[in-house]
Design a protein around this ligand. Structure first.
Ligand code: NAX
Length: 328
């Protein structure tokens, strides 16, 4: 058996955690040949619930799950971590201003970034799921000066998968027949799901779905508001689909994206497509199993450019806000 990989999951007692941890134990995160040592980080008041989840993990007798440890101390949780999936975050409560939300999350992701810096394994990679995901990832990365910035990414894979499903439904094909979807910008209402470079059942997606009225009136709002639609229908936010997206993100990051395709992830910008340096911005990306590479040769018409710029402007604003709060 190969050496176990240490995977730290925060927010382990939460809803996404409840889906993610069992699929991780079953070998879907890093593959059926990779044993895993799980470290679960929770706030003190949720540790008991995390213990219950760990009891259920035990009861699955997963052959790949070597060990499960539960803690409320980030230094313990990230000790030796090869992969950290940061799910736990402070949700927006009623009447909360955006700066309060950013401040509350800064108080979580700053110290976690520092603990990752000081304690994690040299090869650690970090996926941030907890919202606001892009800016939380920026805060964590900023507190981990010794970890290369490209080892941090923010999850926009759920948006990516939602966009694939909506486009497939519109054209009348299966999601598996859609390739080269792209999510640009922030994981928020300003995100831009881009069909113009897609390939749908071997044909240019722009030909099949380049009707800007459908894009503006249906596709873009449906993808961007899908989380709210799910809350409205289920009375609870996306859980299994979010966990599935995290699994797919990590699998592609560690095992590589399929030939001829790409995925979407929030990554540290280094000037591609005119995005200012040092924003955690979603781009189309490929992976060779070692790290993400931005697909850097796509051209945008006016329709796409305006929407990408609007989402970038929001990311810049969020960065200014966390700077003003002294969080980065
Ligand atoms: P839950 O509220 O069910 O669970 C969150 C868990 O995090 C709780 O158990 C809480 O105790 C824990 N937590 C809070 N602060 C913590 C800390 N400092 N250290 C460790 N654990 C901590 O939320 P859930 O539905 O699981 O969603 C988790 C996060 O994912 C939310 O921020 C949510 O907005 C975000 N999402 C992000 C998505 C994305 O595409 N990036 C999609 C799904 C989801 O909305």
């Amino acid at each position: 058996m190969t050496t176990p990989v240490t995977v730290t999951v925060t927010g382990a007692a939460g809803m996404i955690g409840y889906s993610l941890l069992f699929r991780t134990g079953a070998g879907q995160l890093l593959g059926a040949d990779t044993p895993i040592r799980l470290r679960l980080l929770e706030v003190p008041q949720a540790v008991r619930v995390a213990e219950g989840v760990a009891m259920e993990l035990d009861d699955c007798a997963f052959p790949l799950l070597v060990d499960v440890e539960i803690t409320d101390d980030p230094k313990v949780a990230f000790d030796g971590a090869n992969l950290a999936v940061l799910v736990g975050a402070r949700p927006r409560s009623k009447g909360m201003e955006r700066s309060d939300l950013l401040g509350a999350n800064g108080a979580i992701f700053g110290p976690q970034g520092r603990a990752i810096n000081d304690r994690a394994a040299d090869d650690v990679r970090v996926l941030v799921v907890g919202n606001p995901a892009n800016t939380n990832a920026l805060i964590a990365a900023s507190h981990a000066p010794d970890v290369p910035k490209e080892r941090f990414s923010a999850m926009t894979r759920l948006d990516h998968n939602r966009a694939m499903a909506q486009l497939a439904r519109h054209v009348g094909v299966r999601s598996s027949q859609v390739r080269r979807m792209s999510i640009w910008g922030n994981h928020s209402g300003t995100q831009y799901p881009d069909v113009f470079h897609t390939v749908v059942d071997g044909r240019p997606g722009a030909e099949l779905a380049g009707d800007t009225q459908w894009l503006t009136d249906e596709f873009i709002p449906t993808v961007a508001q899908r989380g709210a639609a799910i809350i409205e229908a289920r009375g609870a936010s996306s859980q299994a689909s979010a966990a599935d997206a995290a699994i797919s993100h990590v699998r592609d990051w560690f095992r590589g994206t399929p030939d001829g395709d790409w995925t979407s992830a929030g990554v540290w910008s280094t000037g591609h497509y005119g995005v200012p340096d040092g924003l955690m911005c979603s781009f189309p990306v490929t992976s060779d199993g070692k790290g993400w590479t931005v697909v850097d040769d796509l051209e945008h018409g006016e329709f796409s450019r305006g929407r990408i710029d609007a989402s970038i402007a929001e990311l810049v604003e969020e960065r200014e806000a966390v700077r003003a709060l002294g969080l980065i």
